[in-house]
Design a protein around this ligand. Structure first.
Ligand SMILES: Nc1ncnc2c1ncn2[C@@H]1O[C@H](COP(=O)(O)OP(=O)(O)OP(=O)(O)O)[C@@H](O)[C@H]1O
Ligand SMILES: [Mg+2]
Length: 485
């Protein structure tokens, strides 16, 4: 049976062509048992890198398909090297085929020399049929079920070669501004190739919306794509998914990097991110108490004086300023203007400072008011008067008699505020690129990874309940009356 020849084309750079070729290929090979040959026709040569294949020889690559060497004295060339298996067991090949780590997934890589075509043999009037002819005259291609072409961005002789060699075209369309312009151009080019090169079978098999993020613009473009290509549009869209980038940076396919076992990968991902969020929350709590405790106590001791008004002014601001404003403001001042602290990612303590302040300020404001109110109330109680009357120093009266009694409402509020802290973490983490649960949840939502969204929400809900249980238990420890009741 003849292999199906599928080209992934879009003149726009970075439209996930290479990713799609490697993903489709890995999927068909790993999960459908098909034999795949992917041919990189992009001088950037990224397909080999993405597939984790070393491009060993400068010459043994896709350029050979286009040069006379293949069409001419093919027997003189032996390309039967690979990076897996026993080279001797492979038949001598006229094509520069390399095996990948994935069984039944082979590749012909490309390098910069491909970009020089057709300067190499410039004398031929029309060099756009070279690839097609080279493949037609290669008997070993019969062993493949699919031949996938990774086209270069921008139309030129290389893309024309691909269009003449392929019959089916897959077009990844990033759902961004101007996405449709390229499609219209491509449709015209296909019509031209069909007619001019007598290639009537060439057609768009599928339009794949990709890099989808849930925005109004993306949804509009998606709608217009559906109207324009009702038959060709793929049933599902590919979300923007950082995992894909991560997988490629490790030279793995997404199926190897984030394996099928959803539950396991959800657990693993959450476990990987949880410490970062806990660190951020502890940092925020530390900031909150470091500010709230002295401020609240001072305001209570000087109730109705200027310190009190200053403290309530701070509280008002702290509660009113949203994270998404405070965060960038702190970055502007401390990271960009003064260059004192780093902004992005997790690292040492200095990385924690800005995110913790961003997240902790609102809690600090709230707690300082709580501490103030409940301390003022307790300081007016009879037992405080008694403690003072028996001559205890004010320090002890406040620290051990008043504070302990004032702590109970503060603990309640702190427990309840953990929820706010967790939801605030989602914003704060995305501002500071903090690799925690909040940013994981956002990524999962963008990527429409429902299992992961559920996992994150579950963990957040459970930790909320656990913290409130802990707060209830703390009452007993702080107040013996509750323990004995
Ligand atoms: N669904 C996705 N979510 C997030 N990132 C993605 C996704 N698919 C691909 N990417 C990333 O986008 C970048 C561009 O992808 P890719 O190299 O496949 O595009 P391309 O069309 O082949 O580019 P070129 O035109 O330069 O050949 C890569 O870094 C890739 O890892
Ligand atoms: Mg590419």
């Amino acid at each position: 049976m003849l292999a199906r020849r599928v080209a992934v084309i879009n003149e726009k750079g970075g439209s996930t062509k290479t990713t799609l070729v490697s993903t489709i290929g890995s999927y068909l090979a790993l999960h459908r048992g098909r034999r795949i040959l992917a041919i990189d026709m992009d001088p950037q040569g990224q397909l080999g890198k993405v597939l984790g294949v070393e491009t060993r020889s400068r010459l043994h690559s896709a350029i050979d398909l286009l040069l006379d060497s293949v069409l001419g004295d093919a027997s003189a060339l032996d390309y039967s090297y690979g990076n897996a298996g026993d080279p001797a067991s492979r038949p001598a090949s006229t094509l520069p085929i390399v095996t990948t780590r994935i069984p039944h997934f082979d590749v012909i890589t490309a390098n910069k020399s491909l970009g020089l075509f057709p300067i190499f043999d410039g004398d031929e009037a029309d060099p756009t049929g070279r690839l097609s002819r080279a493949l037609d005259s290669a008997p070993e291609l019969e062993t493949y079920d699919f031949i996938l072409f990774d086209a270069p961005p921008s139309f030129g002789p290389l893309t024309l070669n691909v269009l003449r060699a392929a019959t089916e075209i897959v077009v990844p369309v990033p759902l961004t501004y101007l996405a449709l312009d390229g499609c219209a151009e491509l449709v015209r080019t296909i019509a031209m190739v069909r007619e001019r090169y007598d290639h009537p079978n060439l057609h768009i098999a599928m339009i794949v919306p990709t890099l989808y993020r849930r925005t109004k613009l993306a949804n509009e473009i998606l709608e217009r794509l559906k109207q324009r290509f009702p038959k060709e549009i793929a049933h599902s869209v590919i979300g923007y998914h950082v995992k894909i980038d991560e997988a490629q940076s490790r030279g793995l396919s997404i199926f190897e990097y984030a394996p099928k076992d959803r539950a396991a990968s959800v657990m693993a991902e959450i476990a990987e991110r949880l410490p970062a969020t806990l660190e951020l929350m502890l940092g925020a709590m530390a900031v909150a108490f470091a500010i709230a405790l002295p401020l609240g106590v001072l305001a209570a001791l000087y109730h109705g004086r200027w310190i009190d008004y200053l403290a309530s002014g701070f509280a008002l601001l702290g509660v009113a300023i949203p994270n998404f404003w405070l965060g960038p403001l702190l970055i502007l001042l401390f990271a960009i203007q003064l260059d004192w602290l780093p902004v992005n990612e997790r690292g040492g303590l200095e990385h924690l400072v800005l995110p913790a302040i961003t997240l902790g300020t609102a809690l600090a404001a709230l707690l300082s008011r709580m501490i103030h109110t409940s301390l003022v109330e307790v300081l007016g109680e009879d037992y405080i008067r008694t403690a003072r009357a028996k001559g205890l120093p004010e320090r002890i009266v406040v620290a051990s008699h008043a504070m302990r009694n004032a702590a109970i409402p503060v603990i309640t509020v702190t427990g309840l505020q953990i929820g706010a802290l967790l939801s605030g973490a989602i914003i704060t983490e995305s501002i500071f690129d903090w690799p925690g649960l909040g940013s994981l949840l956002l990524e999962a939502i963008y990527g429409r990874n429902y299992a992961l969204v559920q996992g994150c929400v579950l963990v957040i809900a459970v930790s909320y309940i656990a913290v409130n249980l802990l707060a209830d238990l703390l009452y007993g420890w702080v107040d013996p009356r509750i323990r004995q009741a």
